[in-house]
Ligand binder design. Structure first.
Ligand code: TYD
Length: 217
């Protein structure tokens, strides 16, 4: 008999963790849906989620974060509090069970928005990240990059009331964009910059190629 003996303690292979990032209006949502569909078509079990949010508590924190004025450090700590809950209740169990997790935003957003946009001290960001996920990082991050004025026009065209972040001015989003790009330069293997100022089909084709190359199945 060549078959491997049954081992009840054997763990399934760990799932992969993919995140999507970019300034508001970058067009992530439809591309996230397409990516999840692509992975499922390849027979991969995928848990699609978002930050802030992804758990009942996280969604309540999201409501506060998007609508309630607060100090920038309160904002940073609540982002990471929601993330702690999300990791414990959802992301880590899914990965351990071999499922893939596709998440709309993660800690790169805290770096870009809270450090870059709001001016949170970088060592405070580092401390929160080291506390909440000392070892885990996404396996792949797709960073949607485009000029803030293009993104702002997209946000305005939705007709939905803007939230606390979407109401920020162009210079805020310039800083957020720069911080994202800086982070991408620090982790070029993990963070892949996608030119989001193009037709959706071209963006989709790029993502498909990057996912296949980076995370072969
Ligand atoms: P998002 O879900 O992309 O917004 P929408 O549903 O309107 O498309 O993100 C919500 C907002 O939260 C977004 O403006 C970015 C902000 N954010 C931070 O500032 N820091 C973070 O760590 C995260 C995860 C999000």
């Amino acid at each position: 008999m060549n078959e491997k003996p049954f081992n009840p303690g054997e763990q399934p292979p760990r799932g992969r963790f993919i995140t999507f990032e970019g300034i508001d209006g970058a067009g992530k949502s439809s591309q996230i849906a397409a990516t999840v569909e692509l992975l499922r078509a390849r027979g991969i079990e995928v848990d699609q989620t978002r930050e802030p949010g992804g758990t009942p508590l996280g969604e309540r924190l999201r409501e506060l974060l998007l609508h309630e004025p607060m100090h920038l450090e309160t904002e940073a700590m609540l982002m990471f509090a929601a993330r702690r809950e999300h990791l414990a209740a959802r992301i880590e169990p899914a990965l351990a069970a071999g499922r893939w997790v596709v998440c709309d935003r993660f800690s790169d957003a805290s770096f870009a928005y809270q450090v870059g946009g709001r001016g949170l001290a970088r060592d405070k960001f580092d401390a929160l990240e080291a506390w909440v996920h000392p070892r885990l990082q996404p396996d792949l991050t797709l960073l949607f990059d485009l000029p803030p004025e293009t993104a702002a026009a997209r946000v305005a065209s939705t007709g939905v009331d803007p939230d606390r972040f979407e109401r920020e001015q162009r210079d805020f989003f310039e800083r957020v964009r720069e911080a994202y790009l800086e982070r991408a330069r620090q982790a070029p293997q993990r963070i892949r910059v996608v030119d989001a100022d193009r037709a959706p089909e071209l963006i989709r084709a790029d993502i498909e190629r990057i996912v296949r190359e980076s995370l072969p199945t």
